[in-house]
Design a protein around this ligand. Sequence first.
Ligand code: PRT
Ligand code: ZN
Length: 225
Amino acid sequence: MNTNNRLRIAIQKSGRLSKDCQSLLKQLGIKLNLREQRLIAHSTNMPIDVLRVRDDDIPGLVMDGVCDLGIVGENVLVETQAERQRNGQPSEVSKLAKLDFGYCRLALAWPQELGMQDKSWFNGKRIATTYPEILKQYLEQEQIDASVVMLTGSVEVAPRAGLADAICDLVSTGATLEANGLMQGDTILESNACLIQNASLNDDDKLSLINKLMPRLRGVKQAKE
Ligand code: PRT
Ligand code: ZN
C-alpha cells in the first residue's frame, strides 16, 4: 500500500502514451516539474506525485497499491489482469475513465500471399504475440487449437523469420502489417488508454482529491468532442 499522503499516479515514461498523459495532467490543472531522467515528479500545486515507468509495470503498481492511480492501455491492463489471476496475485482495479487517446486494436494477421483465411486455418498453427493471455482466451473461446509463441518485440517479423505462421499484434494505421506483407484478420480486443484506481483505496483525502479531479477530466473530454 502507498502509505504516503500524496496521491501517486503512474504514467508511461516514454512511449506512445507519455505525451498525452502529460498533457492530460496539465489540463487537469496539475502543475509538474518533469525533469527528463527523474522517476518521480512532484506536483508544485497539489499533493500529487507522478511516477514515470514502463507501461507494462503500471497495472501491477496500481493493483498492489504502490500507486493510487495509473494511466495505461486496456491491452496491457487486460493482459496483466489475466496473468495475475493465474498466479493468484491481486488483479482488481477500478476503471475510472476511458480516455480519448492510445486507440489501437489487437488483431490477428498472416502472410498476405496466403490470401483470405477463416478461423479454422489457425488450427495447428503457431501464432506469435506479446499478449499470450488475451490470445489464449480468444483461441479457447473460438475453439482453435493453435500454439502461442511469446515475443516481447518485433512480432511483425515472426512469420518471415520462420518463428511463427501468424501473429496477433497491436494495429493502429495498419502500415506496419502492410510493410511486412501481412493481412489483417479478426480484431480480438479494441483498446484505449484508461485511468485506473487501486480497488481498495480508502484514504479520505486522496478520494476527495480524485473526486475533485474527475469533473475536470469529464470537462476535458467534452471539450474535445
Ligand atoms: O517502454 P514501454 O514498455 O513503456 O513502451 P512500449 O514500447 O511497450 O509501448 P508503446 O509506447 O509502443 O505503446 C504504449 C501503448 O500505446 C500500447 O500498450 C497501446 O495501448 C498503445 N498503442 C496505440 C500502440 C499502438 N497504438 C501501436 N500502433 N502500441 C503499439 N503500437 C505498435 C504495434 O505494436 C505495431 O508495432 O505500432 C505498430 C503498428 O502501428 P501501425 O500504425 O503501423 O498499425
Ligand atoms: Zn511496454
